[in-house]
Design a protein around this ligand. Sequence first.
Ligand code: LLP
Length: 437
Amino acid sequence: HGTSKINDKGHLEIGGCDVTDLAAEFGTPLYIVDEALVRQRAREYVEAFKASGLRFQVAYASKAFCVMAMCVIAEEEGMSLDVVSDGELYTALQAGFPVERIHFHGNNKTPEEINMALDANIGCFVVDNFVELHLLNALAADKGKKVKILLRITPGVEAHTHEYISTGQQDSKFGFDLGNGSAYRAIEEGMKLSNLEILGVHSHIGSQIFEVEGFRMAVDKVADFAVKIKHELGLTFKVINLGGGFGIRYTAEDSPLPIAEYVKAITDAIISNFTNASYPLPEIWVEPGRSIVGDAGTTLYTVGTNKDIPGVRKYIAVDGGMTDNPRPALYESKYEAVLANRANEAAEETVSIAGKCCESGDMLIWDLELPKAKSGDLLAVFCTGAYNYAMANNYNRIRRPAVVFVKDGQADLAVKRESYQDIVGNDVIPARMKKPS
Ligand code: LLP
């Protein structure tokens, strides 16, 4: 997919770059981002929204993969940016992302984070709860500012990968509950707070969703709520944000829809609901993360040791693991992979790919068909663009890999591999522990 192919040498090539060359130049493990594919995904959203005729913003959910180079691409592709912490906000600001297109999420924004965002004049806060509502108003008042907000509501639609249920929403740490009247009270209270301007509401029903029905149900609920608020409180929503969650294909088990179909389902449902209610059509925002960057990422590892337990299993160990991709350990996520330097060879055996961490759960892929892998071969694991680098960690003091963006035969470093100095950089040996020399 994307610009990936097998070249005449039998090597995997991404963005016109032979991955064996990338391994030689940048080392492994290595995150490789197919820049053209990221841009293509962004354009699929933008084009689908343009086709709807509605006003819109596609806010890239930076939590999926937040580095400065990615913020630049998001900006160039006309996207807005969803940030959920001071660190993501700082990254966006350092990358020069236009502040008016930054939206700040999170269920526990600290006063420091709110002040940082107020000082930066970001475009919108997505307010999650009553404490934040009043805190934000007070901090905005201190600075003599009036800030635009959305209220995050939990619409009573909980999307799972293949199913969604209409109950259980009260048991979520996020947002104002629609069913028990909290969302209504939040609007009522928010309207009285003079340093806040309520633009509308936000709903996010889940992640890695393959069907449109959950989004339709969320639109129906939000539209009913909008009509009720307009009639009873006299506030018209200018913006409806439907969050992210659009699924991608990690393995053959996954069957996501084309991006345009998710967007069409949402925009059609908005148009019919709001038109039927004679309500001015709101601007629609979405927050895709995974579906922008997920399938554009590939992680390249070097094969090291193996352990063959005859009749049981053969383990092939690579030079990374749960430190660069914690998703299999956390969610039992599945991935596909190939031997990147022998991508034209037929599979000969079934192996399981182990990471190098001191933990039995550090397995990346179970039961993968591969040619007989030897030490020094390269393994490419696909669809690692979202929530991999973003969730990478230093367990076992393993250094986080480098990230390169590839495009048209050119490979550019976007994040340097961590150094040993990075590993101990924040360590301090208290003076009392120092031995006299
Ligand atoms: N908007 C909100 C409010 C969200 O909470 C999320 C994801 C998104 C947008 C973006 O969702 P996406 O389009 O990427 O599905 N670490 C997990 C995923 C956690 C998603 C959290 N919120 C994973 O690796 O699968």
